[in-house]
Design a protein around this ligand. Structure first.
Ligand SMILES: C[S@@+](CC[C@H](N)C(=O)[O-])C[C@H]1O[C@@H](n2cnc3c(N)ncnc32)[C@H](O)[C@@H]1O
Length: 265
């Protein structure tokens, strides 16, 4: 294989734990001339980029806006036209709520060779690390990945009736800002207020927090626990398994426990 053939690889980095990178993603990171990455790429994954490789950050800086999508598209095009092998590293999976399809279409339109490398989307990884199976025989016969994001000042237009199916597990991406609308939409569509629900914040990383609640309790617990992005909201009967299947101890939580134990001792 000619490693220096110009190509843009749209690579999914998974939700944070570097061990969840695919073998292909790791290989491409080692071979790339340039890595273009955004906000959700964890520091542990950035450490895997060789020191001599150029890195271009296109995410949101504190108090500033992200680079507009058109500018990112243009950047990828220009890098490829210079003959570079480019890794466009995106959180989770590039084709799940990540605008990877917009970048791929732009490159295709301009005749640039590209490949898509799937990553583990946060719904799959964060639920697993939170001890929540997305499906379970007899309890959840379907799973829906939903975006809770909409344009400013516009109501969320979701299929509330379909989402309120008691045998469906909902995984809501980018749902914190519109949580009140989501909760009310589901209650109005007849979903039981005591349906188990969870927030998974910073999933799969040393800072992961999972907050177990109910549909009715979502707003109260978001506030009580000061839940911050990136977070997923999982709603459905399967969330109850989180008590039984709590296998992942984030490093930060483990350190806190050791610290507590030392203070007690
Ligand atoms: C722009 S979307 C990108 C989704 C990504 N392409 C994927 O497949 O996971 C960003 C949203 O993904 C979710 N997310 C991504 N990483 C996460 C993490 N480590 N923990 C919890 N939620 C995460 C959050 O809902 C966040 O607001």
């Amino acid at each position: 294989m000619n490693h220096k053939q110009a190509c843009v690889y749209l690579v999914g980095a998974g939700p944070g734990d570097p061990d969840l990178l695919t073998v292909k993603a790791q290989r491409l990171l080692r071979q790339a001339d340039v890595v273009v990455y955004d906000r959700l790429i964890s520091p542990a994954i950035l450490e895997l980029i060789p020191p001599g490789t150029s890195r271009i950050y296109v995410g949101k800086a504190a108090g500033r806006h992200s680079m507009p999508q058109e500018v990112i598209n243009e950047l990828l095009l220009n890098l490829a036209r210079k003959g570079h092998q480019v890794v466009r590293l995106k959180g989770g999976d590039p084709f799940v709520f990540g605008r990877g399809s917009e970048e791929a279409r732009y490159l295709a339109h301009h005749g640039i060779h590209f490949e898509v490398v799937p990553g583990i989307t946060s719904a799959a990884a964060c639920s697993a690390y939170a001890g929540i199976p997305l499906s379970h025989r007899g309890l959840a016969r379907s799973v829906r990945f939903v975006t809770g994001h909409c344009r400013a000042d516009q109501p969320l237009e979701l299929d509330w009736q379909g989402m309120a199916d008691p045998q469906t597990t909902l995984v809501i991406y980018m749902g914190l800002a519109n949580l009140a609308q989501i909760r009310q939409g589901l209650l109005d569509a007849g979903m039981a207020p005591d349906t188990p629900a969870a927030f998974v914040e910073n999933g799969t990383t040393p800072r992961q927090r999972r907050i177990l609640t109910t549909l009715a309790g979502l707003l109260r617990d978001q506030e009580n626990h000061d839940v911050q992005a990136p977070a997923l909201i999982i709603i459905g009967k399967v969330v109850d398994f989180a008590h039984e299947l709590n296998w992942f101890v984030p490093a930060d939580a483990a350190e806190e426990r050791v610290h507590d134990a030392q203070q007690v001792g």
